[in-house]
Design a protein around this ligand. Structure first.
Ligand code: GTP
Ligand code: MG
Length: 197
């Protein structure tokens, strides 16, 4: 499925403009700048279809991409971005929560966490929402190229310990670097199974 062409097909600022849910969906969530857009490019090997940026907060809408006829990838706007106005931040967060709660066809949320920084309060809030809505999610540690391997392992153990009582989490936790390509193959294998529903 990851050999299919990635095609942008919808952007939504409000839930009423979500496209009809016809195929299984995998969403990428996480703090602003954590590497969501880069990871979507890396797993599809199609650089530039999903826009990435050094400036946090670039992705301000929920963006839907088709990956062939059987799978949709969704780039969620990043939260916790420091310079945005408070109202704007809250609107994005509400939109992400609404998406998670209402979206039929949503098979998996990949919650990206920066290996260097770990879980933050906003991540925990989204985790709580997904636990309440029983949305299957998995943790993906990003930017592992910026951290010593021992610290990647420590971070992974710490997060697994913190979340061990959660019910909707799909294990194991994965670790990736969109820059070096580490872990990308593994993640692709895990996600490809979702398309075979
Ligand atoms: P928002 O759209 O603002 O929410 O950000 P995002 O989560 O989509 O992040 P994006 O993919 O745009 O990446 C943010 C910055 O991190 C860019 O400068 C990327 O080049 C960089 N980056 C992403 N992945 C990696 C990685 O694996 N390693 C390193 N070193 N840098 C990365
Ligand atoms: Mg982005």
């Amino acid at each position: 499925v990851f050999r299919n062409k990635l095609e942008f097909f919808a952007a939504a600022k409000v839930s009423s403009s979500f496209p009809p849910p016809t195929i299984p969906e995998i969403a990428f969530a996480g703090r602003s700048n954590v590497g969501k857009s880069s990871l979507m490019n890396a797993i599809t090997r199609q650089w530039g279809v999903v826009r990435t940026s050094d400036k946090p907060g670039l992705t301000q809408t929920i963006n839907f991409f088709k990956l062939g006829p059987k799978l949709c990838l969704v780039d969620l706007p990043g939260y916790g971005f420091a310079y945005a106005k408070e109202e704007v931040k809250e609107a994005w967060e509400e939109l992400v929560k609404e998406y998670v709660f209402t979206r039929t066809g949503l098979q998996r949320v990949c919650l990206l966490v920066d290996t260097k920084w770990g879980l933050k309060a906003r991540d925990q809030e989204l985790i709580d929402s997904m636990e309440r809505s029983k949305t299957p999610y998995q943790i993906v540690l990003t930017k592992t190229d910026l951290v010593f391997p021992i610290d990647v392992a420590r971070r992974a153990m710490q997060i697994q310990e913190d979340l061990k009582k959660n019910k909707s989490i799909v294990n194991p936790l994965m670790m990736v670097s969109s820059k070096s390509g580490a872990g990308i193959c593994n993640l692709r294998t895990v996600l490809a199974k979702i398309a075979r529903f």
